[in-house]
Write a protein that binds this ligand. Structure first.
Ligand SMILES: [Zn+2]
Length: 366
């Protein structure tokens, strides 16, 4: 593609302000997340050019509309791109070319994270070819399945032993009155396949435990997400961790929610990050002082209450995490981390942990 046909665009996570300095203008690019600034002194013509950096105008278009030379616009584009405050895209993935595309909004989003080696269409195609296994299709798993289907994941496998009850209808996604009494994973699979063209969903009415977790090995999954909590989240996470490492599959261990708190992560990439057992070891270290007192453990009070926003928000954090793992548009946040959200004040507390020496995850090679 000729250099002048590139379409420059200010990155979506960058704010731009300017002020007059004598006959010129100081333009300040502020990254929203880090607050980092890049400053440039430019003339009025270049300032006019910047107003046309929208991903739709090519360098040639900008030169024509602003009366700058093509060389000037090219230099400005290269400078801003080198400073990582602007990107350029090809017409094939620009917003106007994608107006009729089902995923045009998502491709525009991904273009903010694109590089020469990581094009939006490449990132999106990784979603389209992914096969995600979801264990548990209740308060978290139903929303996770829906979120992944919306993003264009083309193959899902759903595991859940339960049937749909009337109680589920208030906070679990996509179930309706007519589904009551049906096998939950099958009802969800049917609904998703009706809604999303080309989506292939397999359902299993199975309670996964240590006696049958090898079923996961046959799935050839790209990603496995645990959204179940029977007999309890920690026990199931241990079982699934062993299976996921055996199959060398990335996995996200959704903590679920309890009352007004929800628990996020961790995300585990075998061979690269800490695993669930490393997390449990880190918890042991944090509670060591209490253990020295030889206190009897007290079962944490568990609430079986639920409300749809908490289920949906908790699940969608994990969907976002899954999209990062699958498409590679950004580094997953919950690797080597777990977090707790308090829905009373919307605060999030994050715990970091490392791979533990001697943990089985360290000895495996991938
Ligand atoms: Zn480990």
């Amino acid at each position: 593609m000729p250099n002048s046909l590139r379409r420059p665009k200010i990155r979506a996570n960058v704010d731009v302000v300017h002020r007059k300095v004598g006959e010129r203008f100081e333009v300040i690019f502020i990254r929203r997340v880090s607050g980092a600034q890049s400053r440039f002194l430019i003339n009025r013509t270049c300032l006019e050019c910047l107003r046309l950096f929208n991903g739709e105008n090519s360098i040639q278009d900008i030169a024509r509309k602003s009366q700058a030379s093509v060389e000037e616009v090219r230099r400005l584009t290269d400078t801003l791109q080198a400073s990582k405050v602007a990107t350029t895209s090809k017409k094939s993935v620009g917003p106007s070319a994608l107006m009729d595309n089902l995923f045009s909004a998502q491709l525009s989003f991904l273009s903010d994270f694109s590089t020469a080696r990581k094009l939006p269409i490449t990132m999106h195609s990784k979603l389209e070819t992914a096969h995600v296994v979801i264990v548990g299709t209740g308060g978290i798993g139903s929303w996770v399945s829906y979120g992944l289907a919306l993003a264009g994941v083309s193959r899902l496998s759903l595991f859940d032993p339960d049937k749909v009850s009337r109680r589920n209808l208030s906070h679990q996604c996509l179930f309706e009155v007519g589904d009551v009494g049906l096998v939950k994973s099958a009802a969800l699979a049917l609904k998703l396949e009706r809604m999303f063209e080309g989506l292939d969903v397999t359902s299993y009415q199975v309670h996964l435990d240590s006696s049958n977790s090898e079923m996961l090995l046959n799935e050839n999954a790209t990603l496995i997400i645990n959204c179940a909590d029977e007999p309890d989240t920690a026990t199931l996470n241990r079982i699934l961790t062993l299976a996921c490492f055996e199959a060398a599959v990335p996995h996200i261990l959704c903590g679920g929610y309890n009352g007004h708190l929800s628990f996020l992560g961790p995300t585990v990439i075998p061979g690269r990050t800490a695993c669930w057992f490393c997390y449990e070891k880190s918890l042991e270290r944090r509670t060591k002082n209490f253990k020295d007192l030889e206190l009897e453990p007290v079962e944490a009070p568990s609430s079986d209450g639920s409300i749809s926003p908490i289920a949906a928000i908790t699940a969608n954090f994990h969907v976002l995490e899954a999209l990062k793992v699958l498409s590679g548009y950004s580094k997953p946040y919950l690797t080597n981390r777990a977090a707790e959200i308090n829905y009373q004040d919307y605060s999030i507390e994050t715990v970091c942990f490392k791979r533990k020496k001697g943990c089985f995850c360290e000895s495996r090679r991938y």
